[in-house]
Structures are given as structure tokens and as C-alpha cells.
Design a protein around this ligand. Sequence first.
Ligand code: NAD
Length: 474
Amino acid sequence: MRDYGKFYIGGAWVAPAEANFAEIINPATEAVSGRIAMGSVADVNAAVAAARGAFAEWSESSRETRLIALKAILAEYIRRSPELGEAIIEEMGAPRGLACGFHTYLGQGHLQTVIEVLETFAFEEPLGATLIRKEAIGVCGLITPWNWPLNQVAVKVFPALAAGCTMVLKPPQLAPYSAQLLAEIIAVGGLPDGVFNMVQGAGSVIGTALSRHPGVDMISFTGSEGVGVQISIDAAPTVKRVCLELGGKSAFIVLDDGDMAKNVADATSTMMGNSGQTCSAGSRLLVPASRLGEALAAARAAADAITVGDPQSGGIAMGPVVSKGQYNIIQDYIQQGITAGATLVAGGLGRPDCIDKGWFVRPTVFAGTNDMTIAREEIFGPVLVIIPYADIDDAVKIANDSQFGLAGYVSGADLDAVRAVGKRLRAGWIGLNGGFDFHAAFGGYKRSGNGREWGAHGFAEYLEVKSLLGYAPG
Ligand code: NAD
């Protein structure tokens, strides 16, 4: 049983102002796996005060000082990666191969990328007689979700540190373990006291207190649209910067000229990864209408081949979803798809055969239309909707007919055609034939948010721009 009863504030592990704990449930077993302390407004005030106190020194620290700290954190992160993987298995049910593999590696990849960006980043640039100077924005409140728990923390904490900001991290209540370990890892990095602080607890308490706090200069939030809107409202009176990374309903367009069976199978199994709990998941799969039968057969075979079960065991591709609440929401969406007349191609209601405990969902594929609720709302589970298109223009129109605009995907044999379609998608992160890049900006159009994370663009979110006019007269 894990027992995390302290917060990291001002360079020390401190007991919360009020003794209040929450049990954490293992979604694979439904058993209690541990407990965390739940913070109060007093803890937030203490953490913000510590971050404010550390800002002057850290924001004026040299590039070299920050690089030394980030490299020390990277070494410790790599050393403790197996522990991070174990924590992720327990807190949100990712299967061992994924938790100890990509989940953990993502955090490391972002840290390495931030180090690379910091090594050459131009904090000062001449513009005629003016000097343009980029300075740390100040104290940041960082609020993260449970679905890729380490990744979401990494894409905020590491660039904020590199930019010279100080911060208070508020990890997700459902999946708090990996963030607690990461705080231990950061604590050995040699940062000045108060640069990095972490308070666990309820979003409505800790998140709200950070959003409203006059001592916080910026909120970076990843999570649901509704909470993002509430944070914007809470932050407005203090005119702080609010960076939002919200939900998605991204389209994956399979062009007519490639290996249809392989491309559809890859898109299906990728979407189901992490139990479909990925904001950028290609959850609408657009296929040529003339090849719909072939596509449905490939998707059914791919979904049926996904092994669902105990995330602790090695050969499992999909674990449970994070909680009973998420399980019930997903079941409700599957029922809505059936009621709306979508064709159930694979999976369906209830747990997979032979599983009677844990929040396991059947990998589910529907064939439907873009006006159905299952094609319009973010389900955040292993539920894929296949939608036929008549021609390329129709595919682009369907893909862009969404209130979201986080990601998009295109696969096909003719790279020029793939590129052309990618350019027409109204979304921020477009994968062409499986491309991936830690340096590429990640973030959404429309209701998917307003910020950018990853690489140099994510770094820039944490900087103010100052113009020093008359800096170089003549
Ligand atoms: P959520 O919005 O419920 O919670 C996210 C975080 O906000 C948690 O730490 C929570 O405690 C906190 N919170 C809750 N209420 C708050 C409030 N009133 N004020 C401040 N903070 C509050 O989201 P979730 O269920 O944890 O995550 C799933 C959502 O996150 C999905 O919609 C998904 O698409 C989105 N997401 C987006 C991205 C992205 O980069 N765009 C990445 C991952 C997840």
C-alpha cells in the first residue's frame, strides 16, 4: 500500500495544514492501492508563497545553472524509471509494457527535448535599435489530468523550469502516484528551495485556489473542456495567462491508395492504446465509401485481436479504464451508439468475456455517421467510429466538422496527397503516415484549447516578451 502523506513545499516534504486523506483505487482490481493527503487552500498559499520567494533568484539564474539542474533530474529520472512505470500501472491501469515503456519514456523524451531547446534558446535578440528579451512569466500553477500522468506533468514542469519560472504542481487526484515519485526525483536535482512545489488534492479546492490566486501569474491546464472554461473564469479577475490543452475528437483519414487493411488495422489498434484514454486519439476513422466493407473487416480483426486483462501481466495490450465513473460514461456512449442505429462492428456493452472485476471495456468499433453523438463527443475510452467518405473533399469536410481541433492523421501511399490533406485539416497536431516528433508543437484549434506544448513552442508559453527600445542607438 502506498501512503503519500506529504507535499513538497519550499524545498521540503511537509505535512498538510489539515489531516485529510483520500483512498486511491486500483482500476484493475477495484481494491484500495494506497492513499494521498488532500490539500487545502492553506497548503496552496504556502506553496505559492514559496514559489514567489524563489522567483527572483531562479528567473535570473544562468542557462548553465538550469542545464545542470535539468541534467541531474534526467539522470535520476532514468534511474527511477522502473518505479515510475509501476506507479502508472497501479494508478491508472496501463498495461506493463505501455506503462514501463512509452508512458515512462515520454517524460524522459520531453526532458531531453527541453534540455536541447534550452542549450541554444535565444533569450535575447536584436531588432534594429531595440533588444527583444524573453523573460520567465513568473509563478505558474500547473494542473494535470490522469490519462498520460507523467507526460502531462513533464510537458509543463520541465519547460517552466527551463524558462526560469517557479511553480506549484497540482497532479490528478485519480492518478497521483507517478507525480509524487516525480517530485522526489526533482527534489534531488539541486533546485533552489521553492522553485518547484507540489500539492495534491481535489481540483475544486487546489485547482480553484491556484486559478484565483493573485500570486500566480499563469495557469497551464490539461483536462476537460468544462474545467478549462471554469479555470478561465476563475483566472480572469487576476488577468493571468491561461494555457488550455483540452479534449479532442480527431479524425484519422485513410486514403484510397495505400494498404487499406494494414492502415485501418494500425489506426484501430493505435486508437485503442491506453484504453482509448488519449486526448489526441484518432477516434473517428474516415475510410473511402467504396472500400467500407474491407475497412470494417480489418478494424473488426484488429479490435478482436486486442488482449484485454490484468495490466500487471506482460502480454496484455489493454488494461482497464481509469475508474468506475469513466467505465459508466463509456458504457453509456456505447448504448447511445446502438440506440442511434450505428452498426456494431466489434466489442459492445459490458466487460470482455471471462473478466468479472475491474473497469475493463471491450474494444468497440462502430460504423456510423458524423452527426451521431458517438462521432461528436469525446468518449475517452476504446470506442472507434468508422465513417465512410465519398472523395477527398468529403473526407476533409467530415474531419473538420467537429467542435474540436486537437489532432488529425492521414495515411496513404502518395506522400504528396497525404501532405495536401494534412494541410487542409483544422487541427494543431497532424500525424502523416505515423510521424512523431518531440520537438513538434502539440496543441489544439477550436475547443481543444489555446496553448502549445512540447519543444520550443511549449517553452515559449512560459516566457514574457520585453522590448528594450533604444538599446543600441545608432
Ligand atoms: P479534468 O478536467 O476532470 O481534470 C483535470 C485536472 O483538473 C485534474 O487535476 C483535476 O483535479 C483538476 N480540476 C478539476 N476541477 C477543477 C477546477 N474547478 N479548477 C481547477 N482544476 C480542476 O480532466 P481529466 O478527467 O483528469 O482528464 C481527461 C480530459 O483531459 C479529457 O477531456 C482529455 O481530452 C483531456 N486531455 C487533454 C490533453 C491535451 O493535451 N489537449 C491531454 C490529456 C488529456
